[in-house]
Design a protein around this ligand. Sequence first.
Ligand SMILES: [Zn+2]
Length: 339
Amino acid sequence: MMKPPTTLTRRSVFRAGAGLAVAAMATRPTSAQAEGARPAGAEAPNGDGFYRFKIGDFQATVISDGYGPIPIRPIFVMNASEAEVAPVLKANFMQPVIQVTNNILVVDTGRGRIVVDSGFGEIRGPSFGNFPALEANLRRAAIAPESVDLVVTSHGHLDHIGGFVTKSGALTFPKAQFVFVDAEWNYWTGSRYESEIDSSPMPDPFKKATIGAARDNLPPVAERSRFVKQGGEITTGVHYVAAPGHSPSHAAILFTSGNEQFMHMGDIAHHPVTSLQHPDWTPIFDYDPAQAIKSRKAILSRVAADRIMVMGYHFPFPALGHVVRRGAAYHWEAAQWVW
Ligand SMILES: [Zn+2]
């Protein structure tokens, strides 16, 4: 299980970080002047919020779910000191608080339209995870929510399932079937998760929102859900790849069309610098950090060796690129933008 912070220094930094995270994720800014708000007339992120690419014969699109500020420590890195992290941020031209997005993958296989993970939904507006913004970006990409056939879930965290149900209780993707790894579904609809989240090192608003997202978003889709064994086939050309640790049965998703493969890495890595250059650095959300590190290295080694394009759910939009091995660590080569 997750270990609580062990030093006074870490606790105090943790509190400072938690304060920022609360601002980012648990409160609703009340005006256009709120932190992170864009000026009027500039609502859409760069690239108009969507980016199309091909996986063999599949047509794929990445949709932005908005953005929000996240402090690198302790949210993305909880097990390294300020003295260790600061020079890495400096070398990579990064600030201690960065803008983070959720990237929603849509894949048209020719047999159906698949969405992988749903973002925060309406609970985190108005920028990070504002469903009207995701919906606007979907519609800009000519993808109607009612045209989605299948919603595939990497794991049961709030920023991946929070968009299943709207605030009014309606289904965001009203005609879709939902797919989960069976053990992941069982965990987030079972009796253990609430007390385990409560005793985790996450800031309190994260705990509350994580539990609330599972309660609000999973029961309403139970009857239209299908459950797949870890590592199993989801549909033709789409498989789960076991990558546990971040959550009990967290999984990546591998797409295959012709000779081409593409992997949605889920939350195996949260940032191209902190997760790839320092694969032993762990975010505050890991269920089993030691197992998460093992899974991270296994997946990164595999996609580096196979030289396949991948997506990092929280990487800078459009979150597409390749992983290159560098000794015991990795390097991110962002895909070149095709206009
Ligand atoms: Zn996530």
